[in-house]
Design a protein around this ligand. Structure first.
Ligand SMILES: Nc1ncnc2c1ncn2[C@@H]1O[C@H](COP(=O)(O)OP(=O)(O)OP(=O)(O)O)[C@@H](O)[C@H]1O
Ligand SMILES: [Mg+2]
Length: 406
């Protein structure tokens, strides 16, 4: 991942970053002073938000370009050379549905990443923010498709391939036409820590974690597919991944997770063609049932417990576009035929037991190595084992490549 080999889907070298991005001292590098000047000395007025990696400020570069400037928390533990190499790779990834990296800054222990500014906040804000108008179905589908294309590009068309590791609605930025742009890809890797015992951000966000990734650190493109599936569930249902609102208990984790609730509900909806039971009630039935069936089937396939059985992102793109049958997405199983699992889960609800996904997460939460701190929707886990080596990073992704999704 740190080599200089960049290639396009067809093996040709990716072009260098466009000249307008080569601002600052050299190619995409900035001094800390330049970024301080761009952001009004990182003023509170320019603060866009704060995430697990650090603070994000809006800035304007001398040429007038508007950027988002993210100062990483200082405990990145990553060497200068590795940081630079990773940034170089990510800065060469240009795709309509991915936030472009403009450059970076290394100044002493400081690490700053500079992104293209995306003006219309996040999917999370528009879907779950208080007082926001109901997001129309066509907008939801456009966002689902755009972010699927961005992810498919990272997984299947980049060399080296890139796994996002933190797909969630807060990391889907929107432009003024509600086109999706996936943010923060590769960022978890930039901030990853070589020390296996120190809590880092690499485990992503609670409620979106693929079970195998959460429990063993096994990282493949299919862990992103799972998280993407959770995001589809949010778009479909309007619900948050973990709905602890009003629970008032010390164990919000024990409440139903969206995944456990959705697995049997999606199967039932596909079987009887009644999508109102899963659709966001705020849509009031205003959706295209054919498109809804595609999204429901895609979500159901993406959140399968077995990573191997989850589709690749390019398959999800085709399913959402109606280019493959939903049976293909489900490996020959017609929607509604595989109810056994759903029935078992329904039974567990009757017994008031948490569903399989919730149970998995609760077990991991209680494991001595993983002591997450619950802070709103985001939870940070200690990493139980070293994240997959570079070798396995690629080994698990050796399946046939899909079409470029530019
Ligand atoms: N490129 C960007 N353009 C515009 N706003 C951005 C950009 N990147 C981030 N932001 C804003 O900054 C806020 C914080 O982003 P950040 O990525 O640090 O946190 P997060 O997405 O909530 O969590 P995570 O740390 O898991 O990514 C976002 O909610 C978003 O509103
Ligand atoms: Mg983010």
């Amino acid at each position: 991942m740190t080599s200089g080999a960049y290639s396009s889907p067809h093996g040709a070298s990716l072009p260098p970053p466009p000249p307008h991005e080569a601002l600052g001292l050299g190619k995409g590098t900035f001094s800390y002073e330049e970024l301080a000047a761009a952001t009004g000395n990182f003023s509170a007025a320019n603060l866009l938000g704060q995430g697990g990696f650090g603070y994000v400020h809006k800035g304007v570069l001398p040429g007038g370009r508007v950027v988002a400037v993210k100062r990483l928390k200082s405990d990145s533990g990553q060497g200068e050379r590795e940081f630079q190499a990773e940034v170089d790779i990510i800065s060469r990834v240009h795709q309509r549905h991915l936030v472009s990296l403009v450059g970076h800054c290394i100044a002493g222990a400081r690490r700053v990443v500079v992104y293209q500014f995306v003006p219309n906040k996040t999917l999370e804000f528009h879907l779950h923010g208080k007082g926001q108008p109901v997001m129309e179905w066509s907008t939801r589908l456009r966002i689902a498709l755009g972010s699927a294309k961005g992810l498919a590009y990272l997984h299947e068309d980049c060399h080296p391939r890139i796994i996002h590791r933190d797909i969630k609605s807060a990391n889907i930025l929107l432009d003024n036409n509600f086109e999706a742009k996936v943010a923060d890809f590769g960022l978890a890797k930039l901030t990853s820590d070589n020390n296996t015992h120190v809590s880092t951000r690499v485990m992503g966000t609670f409620g979106y974690l693929a079970p195998e990734y959460a429990s063993s650190g096994k990282l493949t493109d299919k862990s992103d597919v799972f998280s993407y599936g959770v995001m589809l569930l949010e778009l479909l249902t309007g619900r948050r991944p973990i709905d602890d609102a009003g629970s008032g208990t010390a164990h919000p984790f024990l409440d139903d997770s969206l995944v456990d609730w959705a697995r049997p509900a999606l199967s039932r909806a596909l079987a009887d063609g009644d999508y109102d039971s899963v659709a966001d009630p705020r849509l009031r039935g205003n959706y295209d049932p054919v498109e809804m069936a595609r999204m429901v089937a895609s979500a159901a396939a993406a959140v399968r417990h077995s990573a191997k059985k989850r589709p690749k992102m390019s398959q999800i793109v085709r399913a959402l576009e109606g280019d493959i049958s939903l049976e293909d997405l489900n490996e020959g199983v017609r929607p509604g035929q595989s109810m056994a699992f759903g029935t078992a889960v329904a039974a567990s609800y009757k017994a008031k037991a948490p569903g399989p996904y919730t149970s998995d997460m609760e077990r991991i939460r209680q494991a001595p190595m993983a002591s997450p701190v619950y802070s709103g929707a985001a939870v940070e886990f200690g990493r139980p084992s070293t994240i997959a080596s570079e070798g396995s990073f690629c080994d698990d992704l050796s399946a046939a490549k899909g079409q470029p999704q530019l």
